[in-house]
Design a protein around this ligand. Structure first.
Ligand SMILES: [Zn+2]
Length: 384
């Protein structure tokens, strides 16, 4: 696990927190997964008990949002203001320590005096009075113990103070001033940021708050402080919560452009609820469409030919996933009438040179035994 993480960062991983994230659920170090295509977002993921062969995958969080939140915290922590506040606090605590030292010195003086008194009393007692002598001896010992105890406390305190590095306030303020510029420099080196994160952070514990739909980060700073940060979580593949379109809105925008079957699938995916909250079927979509007075999809009436992802995949002889990838990469021009609506691709576009090159790349990426795998999928019946 460690080995892989190390290798990734050596190859120039984009994650800020390489080797620094721990799962808040099970305590394991989280791994970083990079998308296959360049520029794809990374993800912090705990594999849970998967490695041991039992159990299932644990929790994960989108890397970009986590990195951004931590970077903001780092900026805040090293801002001029924060550093001035920290120096003030350090000064205050050293003043308080001085008070403690003074008090201890006085206490020591008193204890030593007590001890010397006890010693004198013991010396003056008549040796014949054994019981009294024993009592005075024990008092003398107690007084000496007290002196030792206070001396030890003073030594500990001195040691603590000498171990603490002296604060170079000018250097700190200079750092606070330069850091945002270094961090946000265009073309800034991710390695520099990773190094800074390693210096400033001990680790970041990631957990999920399902009820609030948030990622909860607990940043453990070098030096022992913690900061909790919560970031909104986006569930992948789902329509954002605040943008559930109403059924009428969707039919007004998409009705007539797509067959009712396609509309039903899309509306269910968008989680757009009807008044009764039921799933959309072809029949229910048709009813609503007719009620709104929108004509049905007419294949013959389509002038500038727009085709679906499925049809594009069929015409290019590649899979649907590859078509979507070409759309993402900007190779295939495609439009959506609204977010999450099915893609529309101009039929003429699939003839362009750029698309041909893209398709060639898809085919080149196929495993060598692709043909065999394809054949295995279609069942061959003897005699047919
Ligand atoms: Zn876990």
């Amino acid at each position: 696990m460690q080995k892989r993480a190390g290798r990734k960062s050596a190859r120039g991983g984009r994650a800020l927190l390489t080797g620094l994230v721990r799962c808040g659920r099970c305590g394991r170090l989280m791994r970083i997964y990079y998308g296959s295509a360049a520029g794809h977002a990374h993800r912090y993921q705990c594999r849970g008990a998967l490695d041991s062969g039992a159990g299932k995958i644990c929790i994960g969080a989108g890397g970009i949002r986590v990195d951004r939140a931590v970077a903001n915290q780092i900026m805040e922590a090293v801002s001029d203001h924060a550093i001035e506040a920290a120096m003030e606090a350090a000064e205050r605590s050293s003043l308080a320590e001085n008070d403690v030292c003074c008090a201890l010195a006085k206490e020591l003086e008193a204890a030593r005096y007590e001890a010397s008194l006890a010693a004198r009393r013991y010396e003056m007692v008549d040796p014949a009075k054994r019981l009294v002598a024993r009592e005075l001896e024990s008092r003398w010992n107690t007084a000496l113990e007290r002196v030792n105890e206070i001396e030890k406390r003073i030594r500990d305190l001195d040691e603590q103070r000498s171990r603490r590095p002296a604060i170079d306030s000018e250097a700190l303020l200079a750092l606070a001033h330069d850091l945002p510029a270094v961090w946000n420099a265009p073309g800034g080196d991710i390695r520099t940021r990773q190094r800074l994160a390693r210096i400033l952070l001990q680790e970041v514990v990631i957990d999920l708050d399902e009820a609030a739909n948030q990622v909860v980060l607990v940043i453990h700073w070098t030096g022992g402080r913690h900061t909790e940060v919560r970031i909104a979580r986006v569930r992948t593949g789902r329509y954002p919560d605040d943008r559930h379109p109403s059924a009428v809105e969707v039919i007004r925008k998409l009705g007539g452009h797509w067959p009712d079957r396609e509309l039903a699938v899309t509306m269910n995916r968008m989680r757009c609820k009807g008044r009764d909250g039921k799933t959309w079927t072809v029949l229910r979509v048709r009813e609503l469409r007719e009620r709104l007075g929108i004509a049905a999809f007419d294949l013959d009436g389509v002038t500038a030919e727009l085709i679906t992802v499925d049809e594009t995949a069929r015409r290019l002889s590649i899979c649907i996933g590859s078509v979507k990838r070409l759309i993402r990469e900007g190779v295939l021009p495609a439009t959506q009438l609204m977010p999450s609506a099915p893609w529309q691709i101009p039929a003429a576009a699939i003839e362009t040179e750029e698309v041909k090159i893209g398709v060639r790349r898809v085919i080149d990426r196929r495993p060598r035994n692709f043909k065999v795998l394809q054949d295995l999928k279609s069942l061959k019946l003897p005699g047919f």
